[in-house]
Design a protein around this ligand. Structure first.
Ligand SMILES: Cc1cc2nc3c(=O)[nH]c(=O)nc-3n(C[C@H](O)[C@H](O)[C@H](O)COP(=O)(O)O)c2cc1C
Length: 171
């Protein structure tokens, strides 16, 4: 289907792990967060919470130590930590599905603004360490991801299975 900016963005977005170092503007970061805010959620419960780590935030060094993708955390401009707020959750699976939609919205928003981003899921293996660096309580928040954003210095190159290979029945 031609000339559909949403479909184009979905098709063309790739994970970007190298950045130029040129800063993002506050408006760009807000636009990304806003895209996350508008994601669908079960019962519209919006259980996600965001914590933004800008380039000069001293906590960035400690966060880099929480993941084997430390180089991405160090080199990105802005890191968005996304949590589920436990007292806003109503269903484990549906709340996690909702946050996935929220994260994809943010990655697509960044792409649409000409920015690069990547979903750093590995960091959740060190959730306790992340909570400690941020001074947050694990009773209140469940870590979902760190999204790294910056101006891209590479092109992504992933591919996908063909539609026929993921259809359970012919269509
Ligand atoms: C749940 C999840 C966890 C991910 N964790 C990481 C990660 O820790 N580090 C990383 O570099 N990329 C991570 N990614 C990005 C994937 O590697 C990437 O989306 C996939 O290889 C497809 O490439 P593309 O995003 O460029 O299309 C993650 C993606 C998802 C959805």
């Amino acid at each position: 289907m031609a000339d559909n900016p949403v479909l184009d963005a979905i098709r063309e977005r790739r994970s970007i792990r190298r950045y130029t170092g040129e800063p993002l503007t506050r408006d760009e970061v807000i636009a990304i967060l806003d895209a996350g805010r508008w994601a669908p959620s079960g019962l519209n419960n919006q259980p996600w919470r965001f914590l933004v780590i800008g380039p000069d935030d001293k906590r960035k060094t400690g966060l880099a130590e929480c993941t084997k993708y430390a180089h991405i955390v160090r080199e990105c401009d802005t890191l968005v930590l996304v949590f589920l707020k436990r007292d806003k959750m109503y269903h484990q699976m549906k709340d996690h599905q909702g946050v996935g939609a929220c994260l994809q919205n943010m990655l697509l928003a960044a792409h649409s603004l000409g920015l690069g981003g990547v979903w750093l899921g590995e960091i959740i293996n060190q959730e306790a360490q992340v909570l400690d660096v941020l001074g947050l309580s694990g009773e209140e928040y469940e870590l979902q991801v760190a999204l790294a954003f910056g101006r891209h210095d590479q092109r992504g190159a992933s591919s996908r299975l063909e539609l026929k290979d993921i259809l359970i029945e012919d269509y």
